[in-house]
Design a protein around this ligand. Sequence first.
Ligand code: BG6
Length: 472
Amino acid sequence: MSIQKQLKDDFPADFLWGASTSAFQVEGAANEDGKGVTVADLRSQKSKYIDTSVAADHYHHVEEDVALMAELGLKSYRFSISWARIYPHGNDEEPNQKGIDFYNKLINLLVKNKIEPIVTLFHFDCPEDLVKQYGGWANRKAIDDYYRYAKTVFEQFGDRVKYWLTINEQSLIANVPAMNGINDTDMHRLREKGENSNYNMFLAQAKVYSLCHKMFPNSKIGPAVSYMTNFPYDHTSANALKSKSMEDMISFIDMDVALRGELPSYYLRYLKDSNITLDVHEGDAEILQNGRANFLGLNWYSTSVFKLSNEESPKMLDGVISNVEKVRDDRLMNSEWDFSYDPVGLRFALQKVNDRYPNIPIIITECGWPEREELEDGKVHDSKRVKYLNGHIYELREAIKDGVNVISFNPWSFLDLLSVNDGMDKRYGLVFVNRDNNSERDMKRYPKDSFYFYQKVIATKAKNVTKLEIDE
Ligand code: BG6
C-alpha cells in the first residue's frame, strides 16, 4: 500500500451526520412523571427568560421530533438523560420507571429510524437534592451516586446505545460552581469547592469509563469537552502563553485526564499557587489510571482572541480566566453574542487535538450559530447558519484529509431550545420552535433553510458544500 492511500480523501462512508440537544434545554415537563428538581431548573427560574418547565416541549413532541430527524436524514442524535428523571433525588432507592419509559421510547424511536443515539449522562443538571443532602459535586459522595445512576442507565439502555458521553463541559461547571448549585460567600472557599467538584467529576468519570468497558466492551465512552480555540492578540510571548494556558486549563485538562489518566502538571501548579487542597484518598491515582475514554467529544463554536488586561474577569473565577480581555475581531462575521464565524479555526483546533493524541476518534458534539429569528410565512431564512454550516463542514473535510479521525458531526442544535444564558432569544436550531420568551404560542415545528441545506449535505455526503469567498 502506498503511503498516500493511508489518508482519507473525504468523509468516511459510515460518518455519523447528527445533531445535538440536552435534556433541560428541550424536554420541558420539568415537574412531570416523577422527575426531581435540578440545579438547571432553579437556575432558569432565576433568569429573566423562560424556565425549564416547558422549554421546547420535546417530552410531549418526541414522536414528531424523531420523525423530523428521520426526514432530515440524521445518522446520529446526541441528547442527554436527565439524572433527576431516573433518580428524582439523585440517589433514591429505586429508579423512576416513568423516566426510564421516556428514554426507552426516545431510544427505540431512534433505533427504528436507524439513528445512532449518542447519549450524555450529565449535562449541567445536577439533582438539587444532592446539593441539599451533602453539597453536590463538591462532596465525594457524588462520585458513588453518579456511578450508581450511570450503572442504572447502562443496564436500561446499554443494549441499544453504543456511544456514551460522561459529563458535558466539566471545566465550565468546575470554574462556575453555581452551575452545579455550589455557592459560598468566601471566594477562596468557593474556588476550593469548585476544584474539588472538578476532582470528584474526574474520579466519577474514570469509574464510569471502567464500568462501561466492563459491561459493554464494544461500546465507546468519552467526555464532551468545551474547546474554545484561543488566539493571542499580538505576537508577544506573554499573550501567547496566556492564551495557551487558558486552552490548557479550560479544554485540554478534560482531555488530558480522560486520555492520560492523571492530573496534568499545569493544573497541579495552579492548585499549589492558589493554595487549594483537594480531598484526595488512597487509590484515587489508580482509579484515574484505569478509567480511560475511547474518544473525545468536542463542543467547538468559534475562535476567540484574548489580550492581557489589568481587569479581573467578572465572569469566571480568578485563576482560570483572569487578567484577560476578549477582543472582537471585526474582520470576521460576528453574532450578536460575540461568537465569530471562523471555520478554518475548526481545522486548526482538530489538528492540535490530533497532534496531542494521535488518531484519537473525535465526535463533534456541538458546533452552532446563534441568531434572533422569527417566522416569515412559515419559513425561517437563516442564511448565516447555512453559511456557518457550509464553512465548518468544508473545513471538517479538510481536517479529515489532514488525517484527523473525526467520526461524527452533531451541530448545536437540532431544535430551537432554551439557551443557557439567553432563553429563547438566542436560537440555534435547524428546526424553529414556535414559541418565544413571552408566550408558548402553538409550539409547532418549522424546518429552517439550514435544515434543508443540512439534509442535502447528508444525502450527498457533503457534495453541496463549497468554499466560500470569506474563507479564502
Ligand atoms: C455549550 C453547552 O456550552 O454551549 C450548551 O453545552 C449551550 O448547553 C451552548 O446551550 C451554547 O451556550 P448558550 O449560553 O448560548 O446556550
